[in-house]
Design a protein around this ligand. Structure first.
Ligand SMILES: *Cc1c(COP(=O)(O)O)cnc(C)c1O
Length: 442
């Protein structure tokens, strides 16, 4: 047995199920399909394919006196508190709100904008997933493996570098320009760059193979409750700021994990009792021409059908302006996933064209005075469409999730460092010896 393997097994036994009736932990995991309850950390229910959801022992959320997302500690599935100024911030829009004729438009800004108290230095809400996920890994001796088209990689590399946790990141070539950090990359970051014809889904497949090696842990994607509840802090921060839940929540989605997270956070806020008795309506937007969840939802289907919802995916993905919103296997049909979130909230989906996304991005930057990422432009475009088609009333409370931005602002304060690839993989099937050091494989 290798050193890393024995270390990892030790950790698994740390998460041994509690004795029946003996609830040791601040949370349990409940299957959204069969309601089976688990007291150990796991990604899957043994009898069901549905998502597991964290159930916290504190029904009401008491904020901790911390600067960043650590203030939401009670509703994060971790024991050590997160100490960082990174986290979502909420503010009430005046300029864009006036332009759209909205009296209660609130913006959740997830990026770098110190003038507003926003300090996410990798500039997207993926950092909200990275902090709790990596916090769970501390002291386990395990390395983390993930696939990313860019923002996730940057977020996890940043937090791994801060904590010294080893992270293996598989990136399609199209994502390489997004591989920078505000600080000098450390040698705990192992970047694997894929060949020209590979997309995000190929990266996922290679990452799965690496994660099956001893001592490696998959971050788990949408199944990872630490990721979802980290993203859910967007809704929590907004609810505390507004002293109520919004009527509407707007976000651009690729996997939809952020949409599921917003729904789950609202379910907890509903139970909390202080933030209103109606779930926010989810308004989720995809970027045409690759918009599988939009097509399936418009057809009233729980199932994604490849030939109908995503014919010729590589070509369509290549044509997208916000190409990071391109997941070919999103958690849409799965129990507790995007389809269920939309049904539960009377949700709406949008298919946004490239030109709509670009002009919405420019409009936002002009009125709000901060640069935003293309996916955030997709979300703004969906808000414009909702206003134009009278899906929202001018007095209703609207939360617009700006999922990434502030890179130009960051460049005024920091000079970005490029993360160099440690290895190249031509496709998802290359022998692992070619890309992972012998030390790890031994
Ligand atoms: C990942 C990402 C999204 C999409 O989030 P999901 O809810 O996981 O689909 C939107 N915007 C930005 C900037 C992102 O990095």
């Amino acid at each position: 047995m290798t050193k890393s393997e024995s270390a990892c097994i030790a950790t698994v036994s740390q998460f041994r199920p509690a004795l029946p009736g003996h609830i040791h932990s601040k949370y349990s995991l409940v299957c959204t399909g069969c309601s089976g309850t688990y007291y150990d950390d796991r990604l899957k229910c043994p009898s069901d394919s549905a998502l597991l959801r964290a159930k916290y022992s504190s029904r009401q959320l008491m904020l901790k006196d911390m600067p960043g997302m650590g203030k939401f500690h009670d509703w994060l599935p971790i024991h050590g508190i997160i100490i960082s100024d990174s986290g979502p911030i909420t503010y009430k829009s005046t300029e864009l709100a006036a332009e759209l004729g909205l009296n209660n438009l609130y913006i959740s800004f997830n990026g770098y904008w110190p003038e507003r108290g926003a300090f996410i230095k990798t500039c997207s809400f993926k950092e909200l997933e990275a902090f709790p996920t990596i916090q769970k890994l501390k002291n386990t001796g395990c390395s983390l493996v993930l696939a990313s088209a860019g923002n996730t990689a940057r977020a996890f590399a940043h937090v791994a570098g801060m904590t010294g946790i080893d992270v293996y990141i598989v990136v399609p070539e199209s994502g390489m320009s997004r591989m920078w950090l505000p600080e000098e990359p450390t040698n705990s970051i192992h970047l694997i760059q894929m060949g020209k014809n590979c997309d995000y889904t190929d990266s996922i497949h290679l990452a799965e193979r690496i994660a099956s090696l001893p001592g490696m842990l998959a971050e788990g994607g949408a199944r990872n409750v630490a990721r979802r509840d980290g993203m859910g802090t967007v809704m929590l921060d907004a609810a505390f700021y507004m002293k109520r839940m919004p009527d509407h929540y707007f976000q651009a989605i690729g996997s939809g994990t952020g949409g599921i997270a917003a729904w789950e956070a609202s379910l907890r806020l509903l139970e909390d009792g202080r933030f209103g008795s109606r779930l926010p309506r989810l308004h989720l937007a995809q970027n045409l021409p690759f918009a599988p969840m939009y097509h399936a939802w418009e057809s009233g289907r729980r199932e994604l059908i490849k030939d109908i919802d995503m014919p010729n995916p590589k070509k369509l993905i290549h044509e997208m302006y916000a190409d990071i919103l391109s997941n070919r296997e999103p958690p849409y049909s799965i129990g507790g996933g995007v389809y269920d979130a939309l049904c539960s909230t009377d949700g709406i989906m949008y298919g946004i064209s490239n030109s709509e996304a670009k002009s919405a991005q420019q409009l936002f930057e002009r009125y709000e005075g901060i640069d935003i990422f293309p996916p955030a432009g997709v979300a703004v475009a969906s808000l414009i469409e909702a206003v134009n088609s009278r899906k929202i009333d001018s007095d209703e409370h609207v939360l617009l999730n700006i999922t990434g931005g502030g890179v130009k602002r960051l460049e005024m304060d920091y000079s970005p460092h490029k993360i160099e690839p440690a290895a190249h993989a031509e496709n998802a099937h290359v022998p692992l010896e070619e890309i992972i050091t012998q030390k790890v494989l031994a």
